[in-house]
Structures are given as C-alpha cells and as structure tokens.
Design a binder for this molecule. Sequence first.
Ligand SMILES: [Ca+2]
Length: 95
Amino acid sequence: MSKHSIENTKQALEAIFALLFVMIPKFHDGVQVQDFVELAAKISSDEELKAKLLAAYNDIELVPKEVGDLQIAEIVELVSLVIQKVPALLEALRK
Ligand SMILES: [Ca+2]
C-alpha cells in the first residue's frame, strides 16, 4: 500500500488545468501585460477558481512526497485525470 494518498497531487493538477483554461484564450492574440491583469481580476472575482488555487498552493509541499510514493493504480488515476482534460484543452487551443 501507498503511504501517501494522491489527493494533493490531483488538487495541484486541477489547479494547473483551471489556470490553463483561463489563460489560453487570453494568449491567442499574443501575451500582453493586460492578459495578466485580466487573469488576476478573474482569480479575485471567481471564488471557485480562487479556492482551487489556494488549496493547491497551501498543500503544494505534499506533492513531491506523493509523487515519490506513486503506486501503479495511482499513476493510472493521475493519467486518466489528465486525459479527461485533453479534449477541452484542445478545444481551447483551437479557438
Ligand atoms: Ca492576449
């Protein structure tokens, strides 16, 4: 059995994808300072996104322990989490 769960790793991945989905559309016309101003505004006005980012940030030091202790079943779980995000990510990149 694994000593550590992968909850914090999953939380970190969810936060990274949440950020990507906000940022990708803003970067389509190039990366401008305005994009980061809008990103900061979006984070401060979106409670769900803010909670996701804060939770990931607060527990980020637990991620290396979890990753260092990954079991096959956990790897499968993480990979499937990422795969689930791919269609939406490709859609965002295409727009
Ligand atoms: Ca832009």
